[in-house]
Design a protein around this ligand. Sequence first.
Ligand code: DQA
Length: 148
Amino acid sequence: MSQVLLVNGPNLNLLGSREPGLYGSQTLAGIEAGLQAEAAGLGHQLACYQSNHEGELVDRIQQAARDGVAAIIINAGAYTHTSVALRDALLAVGIPYWEVHISNVYAREAFRHHSHLSEKAAGVIVGCGPIGYRLALLALHDRLCPPG
Ligand code: DQA
C-alpha cells in the first residue's frame, strides 16, 4: 500500500459554492471522500490537506517526505501561478507530483497560463472538472503499479 497526498491550495475550500459555472457544484469534502474511496480500491492510502496559506502548504509538503508519501496530487490554486516556494518544496522532497486544475486555465486570463509547477510535474491535468483529481489518481497508480 502506498501513501498518497492530495493538496489543495487557496479558495478550494469553497468548492461547491465558488463560481460553480467554472468549478462545478461538488464540495471539496465530497471530492476528498470519493477520492479516498477510489484510492483505497486501488490499494493506496490517501491523506487530504487544504490550506489558504502558502507557508502551511510548504510545511505539509515537507511533512510528506517524513511520512514516506509516494506521490502527491496538487491543485495549488492561484499559488500555481505565483509561488516559487511551492515549486521549491516539491522539488526539495523529490516526490513525484501530478498537477490538477479543475478549470481550463489556458482558456482564461493570461496570468493563469503560466504554472511554476508544470515543468517538473509527472503529469498535468487541466480543464476536466473535478474528475481531474481521479484522472491524476489513475495516472499515479499506473506509475506506482505498472500493469503487466
Ligand atoms: C485553479 C485555477 C487557478 O487559476 C485558480 O486560481 C484556482 C483554481 C483550478 O482548479 O482551475 O484557484 O487551480
